[in-house]
Design a protein around this ligand. Sequence first.
Ligand code: NAD
Length: 369
Amino acid sequence: MPSNKKVLLLPGDGIGPEVTHQAARILEYFDKKRIASFDVKEGLVGGAAIDKDSTPVTDATMRIAMESDAVLLGAVGGPKWDSLPFSQKPERGLLRLRKDMELFANLRPAFVFDALVGASTLKREVVEGLDMLIIRELTGGVYFGEPRGITNLPDGSRKGVNTQVYTTAEIVRVARIAFELARKRKRRLCSVEKANVMESGVLWREEVQKLHDSEFKDVELSHMYADNCAMQLVRNPKQFDVIVTDNLFGDILSDCAAMLTGSLGMLPSASLGAPDKSGVRKALYEPVHGSAPDIAGKNLANPLASILSLAMMLRYSFDLDAEAKLVERAVESTLGQGLRTGDIMQASMKRVATIEMGDAVLRELAKLA
Ligand code: NAD
């Protein structure tokens, strides 16, 4: 059996613990079956950490995160902590994790399970069989560029400034991840910017093309302006395999692509950092949804986004692609049996609770394995 893989669970707030603990059962399953061995630790982040330690993430938890091969996060935040000053809010815990772990590539897959085709607002033929991956640059661009701020002008009015800035190194490291992932899929990469009106977009396009020509000629590369990409995502999303784009465009386009699939409770994500000397990347996995305080603690949350985030962990952190596929197929066949949590409930389906959904996925996993 492969050696111990160090995983840190940070369930966080609201429905975070409920969904994360269902995902953790999958790790236990593989461990018990001696398919892979995991050394799982658990810590606090967000409001839960504020309540216990008066900080959204302690230095001790950060140290464990930095020493782990992968972190599985639930969600942070909730009304209880909304009135805290910005610097002490639960979200700061997540931001610190992303910053200290230098997670510069955000992976957001958008795939539609056959059983949920009807949940999309788009026509069946547009989304049926959709399986794409958006890679968003996460630590650069206009959200971080200097100068920034609001200044007063002599005429009494004000000026707001943000700066879109990218260096060759920032573009190349995220493009490299995108090419590598495209290689493991259908070998098609679409790079998205606005080179028609932005110099940073011109640089982005040139650097991605250069990397393609020198190292990734086996991947089919295309370039697209971000406005056209938004249009194409709702017109014909199945034309895409992998998309790579900057922080701002990625923020918008990944939400757009996510909604093609119909439900927030189904959407996983991964954030990856640079590989260390032994080739291991720091990585954080989390469902796209938040802490859903309206249903927290009621055993109503859909755990599938967290379970699918765990599948991404198996694939990207541990090279366990076959096991990741097993988890995804177990989710697919659970849905195929008509089991639904409230958020994805459809006519004539069976409504189940969080734990029952976790039970069902494990049952299917055991059948498929
Ligand atoms: P949300 O994603 O928590 O909830 C939006 C709606 O979707 C709610 O009606 C909720 O019940 C439902 N929902 C979300 N996930 C679900 C699931 N797994 N199963 C069933 N239903 C689900 O977004 P929000 O309401 O805007 O934010 C609530 C809190 O979460 C806020 O404090 C916000 O700051 C925080 N938040 C955290 C993250 C994160 O930790 N990454 C992301 C987004 C929001």
